[in-house]
Design a protein around this ligand. Structure first.
Ligand SMILES: Nc1nc2c(ncn2[C@@H]2O[C@H](COP(=O)(O)OP(=O)(O)OP(=O)(O)O)[C@@H](O)[C@H]2O)c(=O)[nH]1
Ligand SMILES: [Mg+2]
Length: 204
């Protein structure tokens, strides 16, 4: 297992130290089917060097790992991703990326403990890998937003068609993103925080 953040222990770097102005910390989970870009999103947006648990995909996974549509993928998350981002001087988000493959989903229980909300990343080339993920979030009652990770060869569907396909309630925000881009990933997290805020503020 590759715990990249602890390859060489040289003491904290300045960007690893929590800002003294931080007053609130929120745990957010990044979920989605296999290969939709969860590890990429955590890595692009994290201000600390992300912790990853990538393992090389081998022949042993053929027939077990469904890599249709992402055949070039060479590694997969086997436990979790972890990162951190300060959304403001006071507000810190701790990001936990889940493994996409169903055989590792038993880890969800621990990863969701104390989480305020979730981002569901989807790939429109393989919408079906997201169905169970959304169902499990709904069962847990965890508020979530949906981020459409735009791969270059992905078909473009009208928002309403996507919502219908995912059976998504109208109030759940949906946003396009490029998980490789920091600003885009940050916008996804801001959308989630605004949504959580709207749920917390009682309607007049
Ligand atoms: N073109 C494009 N490629 C992307 C984007 N996001 C991720 N990728 C690529 O897609 C592949 C899958 O990304 P990962 O971040 O490993 O996906 P994951 O959801 O963490 O995968 P698992 O943990 O195995 O479920 C990688 O090769 C990324 O470089 C994107 O927005 N656009
Ligand atoms: Mg991953």
């Amino acid at each position: 297992m590759d715990f990249r953040s602890s390859d060489t222990i040289t003491g904290p770097r300045s960007e690893d130290v929590l800002p003294t102005t931080a007053t609130a910390a929120v745990k957010v989970v990044i979920v989605g089917g296999f290969g939709v870009g969860k590890t990429t999103l955590v890595g692009s947006v994290s201000e600390i060097r992300p912790l990853t648990t990538e393992e090389t995909m081998t022949q042993a996974g053929v027939g077990v790992d469904d890599n249709a549509g992402v055949e070039s993928k060479t590694s997969t998350t086997v436990a979790m991703d972890f990162g951190r981002i300060s959304l403001s001087e006071e507000l810190i988000l701790y990001l936990f990326g889940t493994p996409g493959q169903e055989r590792f989903w038993f880890l969800w229980n621990g990863l969701f403990e104390g989480a305020l909300g979730a981002v569901v990343l989807i790939d429109t080339r393989r919408l079906e890998v997201s169905f169970d993920v959304i169902g499990r979030l709904e069962e847990r009652g965890v508020p979530f937003v949906v981020a459409v990770n735009t791969f270059p060869d992905a078909p473009h569907h009208p928002v309403q068609a996507l919502r219908t396909a995912l059976d998504l309630p109208d109030e759940v925000p949906m946003i396009d993103c490029d998980a490789r881009q920091r600003v885009s990933s940050r916008d996804v997290l801001l959308t989630l925080m605004q949504y959580l805020h709207s749920l917390a503020v009682p309607l007049a």
